[in-house]
Design a protein around this ligand. Sequence first.
Ligand SMILES: [Zn+2]
Length: 247
Amino acid sequence: MFSLNVLYFSIIFAAQTSKSEIMNVNWILIIVIGVVGMLVQWKLKSVFAKFSKVLSPGGLTGAQIAQKMLNDNGIYDVQVTCIKGQLTDHYDPTKKTVNLSEDVYRSNSVSAAAVAAHECGHAVQHKEGYAPLRMRSALVPAVSISSKLSMIVIIIGLLIMNVFPALFWLGIAMFAMVFLFSVITLPVEFNASRRALAWLQSSTSLSEKEISGAREALNWAAGTYVVAALSSLASLVYYIGLGSNRK
Ligand SMILES: [Zn+2]
């Protein structure tokens, strides 16, 4: 997801060191991507709200959709569970659980079907050993540390740039890892949605009209991942520029 933290720190740095033209252009780019990110998030929420009101008459709930899609793909060792919160739905490969938020779990709306099938798309990826998902899972431990510490390492690195420049570049390497993660997330997410829509169609779980609604909702969800990747790329370029300026 798009990180407001990145934007926040970028603004602070920009205010301090808006010396060169290139840095200013990059700073503007980060702001623009930040605003686009917020608009995409807002659109995603409104599209999901719209299609959560479009009920599939006599259709299956999100939980039933998930169970059916798993079984149709020969998956019997993955649990479908109900979790708290909104848009908290995710597949957990370590516990082998498709975790659906309460709204998705119980509802027979087009949104619920789309989300449930998407999360099962990840379970199918896991079963098939889909390479981008394997890479993404392998990066999780390093990325969870890097995303927490990279910013502080970059800041301290900038402060002691003249004495010990290696620290700054360590911070950059850590942030590059976060960027790489956001890029690998793209094929994983697009592919899960593609699998979801193909199954919803072949299993006739949704009508043609309902499937186009599900596609619209999933496309906006994918949009948030594209914005997140662009945002971390812009930030990465910006931080590298900061270090180069200080030399
Ligand atoms: Zn996903």
